[in-house]
Ligand binder design. Sequence first.
Ligand code: ADP
Ligand code: MG
Length: 318
Amino acid sequence: MKKLKTFFSVLIILTLFAGLFLTSRKGGKSIEETEFLFDTVCSITVFSRSDRQAAKDAFDEAAQLHRLSDFFDEISDVSKINKADASEAVKVDESIINMIEIANKINSYSDGAFDITLAPVSVLWKFDAENPIPPTDDEISAALKTSARENIKFDKKSGTVTKAFADTKIDLGAIAKGYAADRAAKILKDAGVKSAIIDFGGNIVTIGKNPKSPDGKWRIGLQTPFAQIGEYSKILKLDEAAIATSGSYQRSFEYEGKLYHHIIDPKTGHPASQSFDSVTITAESAALADALSTAFFVLGEENGKKLVENFGANLDIL
Ligand code: ADP
Ligand code: MG
């Protein structure tokens, strides 16, 4: 049994490297601030010293969103929801309600492929354990019993979330990084930052024009699945955009010769099985791109394309 686990981002921002050569011509260095949040490396790159404070403020917001949404933190809002009894109204931060709202929308558009109430099943797969063993079918069907969008309700006016069953649990892991990247982008823009890149574990938002590139475009490399880091299958050239990737090789383990990855099909409780290894979505927000990439991975090409088109998003499959 071998555990494969990687934290590197599957979307690589190439502009920074290209930028090194352009620095003298265009002036100004790129300044990258990095923090470890959401169990992954998060970075914000700005191009002017005066933008550093805004980047710090954006990170403060991201850290707060991490604390609120962390499944494993006993005092997070998500844990408060998960520990609550049936029908107990749990007061949570507005951001948690916003994430649940987007998640529920994608759940209904994806015919249940995206489901934050899958948490009891996800934890059975123990991707972070030393030597994970796939759960049994009995364990999976027991955990699936309380999973369904209908089992989680929110009320915006009172800012509360209510569950149908005590055992219903939510995991915002497939949307929180994207949501946080959007919030960080808003803070930078409100502070007057003209150009920046936010990369929260491969959930990327680009702001303004790339000051290091003659055409002003940002270049994002799509990592070739299972290949050496830095080997790209495609380079996206983008203006202001929000991008996310879901890949079967990002977080996975091997057991008795079979690879098990972290994106679960709610219909089976097992990792979604697809003919492709990664999907990259470009959408109007990073929260949407984040959730859509996970949903696409579950749905597969045919139904996934319909879903992505519904949201006016673009996709690249590798
Ligand atoms: P990552 O978080 O590794 O970047 P994703 O954004 O695709 O990858 O989210 C995967 C995470 O979301 C899993 O680790 C798990 O916590 C949760 N998850 C797994 N399957 C689903 C699903 N079908 N719907 C919603 N969340 C899921
Ligand atoms: Mg996702």
